[in-house]
Design a protein around this ligand. Structure first.
Ligand code: FPP
Length: 248
């Protein structure tokens, strides 16, 4: 019986690590409220931090950066905030495409596009296409993303392949299942950072972060800098990652 799709993770690049950093960009609302401004003001300030962080990656040896921009649960926010965020994403993509392309960044989106508006999807497709030959930094933006939702969507596709006779149930394992995830071309994150003092993962990269190192830091996302990222990278390099084995 034919096997699961043959998509393989991109080549692993040794850097001393972390090769892949994932960030839950939290605290925009509190940052704005502390200044007596509406929450969207914080989201705009947060969007401005993204470029500095992306551009810092090559010098820090970070090849993959994945950022959580909008979760499947964020639709529960007020209509004003959701509409403002969607408008921000459209403007951000339109405005940043050139800078990202020139910086050598390859952009991908993960998450369920079905609920996003057509104009935004078109901009996302265009940004992915415009940057598809770049390889300096691989930036993945999680938009309408939820880890459980991703696993459910992956399982649906996998089940369909089994029903169609393209995959044998005995071949469903830790190697074949991730080929159905949105992140199938990415290595697992080495380091997951959450800003704003909250110590939870909110469904971010549930499968992929099984052995990731975590950093929960107090800084609110609009205050996060390349310097702080550098400090977290240095701290990561002192960690002893054993992946369930014992130190020798
Ligand atoms: C969480 O802060 C942040 C979000 C839900 C949106 C994240 C979006 C950005 C950083 C800006 C846009 C990003 C891109 C890629 C253009 P919060 O609102 O939950 O903050 P709070 O916990 O203080 O209320």
């Amino acid at each position: 019986m034919p096997r699961a799709p043959k998509t393989k993770p991109l080549e692993n690049i040794p850097t001393g690590g972390p090769q892949h950093v994932a960030i839950i960009m939290d605290g925009n609302g509190r940052w704005a409220q502390a200044r007596g401004r509406p929450r969207l003001f914080g989201h705009h300030a947060g969007a401005k931090r993204v470029r500095e962080v992306v551009e810092a990656c090559p010098d820090l040896g970070i090849k993959y950066l994945t950022i959580f921009a909008f979760s499947t649960e964020n639709w529960k926010r007020t209509q004003t905030e959701v509409a403002g965020l969607m408008s921000l994403f459209r403007r951000y993509i339109a405005k940043e495409t050139r800078a990202l392309a020139e910086h050598g960044t390859r952009v991908r989106f993960i998450g369920d596009r079905m609920r996003l508006d057509r104009k935004l999807i078109k901009l996302m497709d265009n940004l992915e296409k415009e940057t598809e030959n770049n390889d300096r930094v691989h930036l993945t933006i999680a938009l309408n993303y939820g880890g459980r939702d991703e696993v459910a969507r992956a399982t649906r596709r996998l089940a369909q392949d089994v029903a169609d006779g393209n995959l044998c149930p005995d071949d469903v394992n830790e190697e074949t299942l991730p080929r159905y995830l949105d992140t199938h071309v990415l290595p697992d994150p080495d380091l997951v950072i959450r800003t704003s003092g909250e110590a939870r993962i909110s469904g971010f990269l549930l499968w992929q972060s099984a052995y990731s190192e975590y950093e929960f830091i107090d800084t609110l996302w609009p205050d996060f800098t390349a310097k702080e990222l550098g400090e977290l990278v240095v701290s990561y390099r002192t960690r002893d990652r054993r992946f369930g084995a014992v130190a020798v």
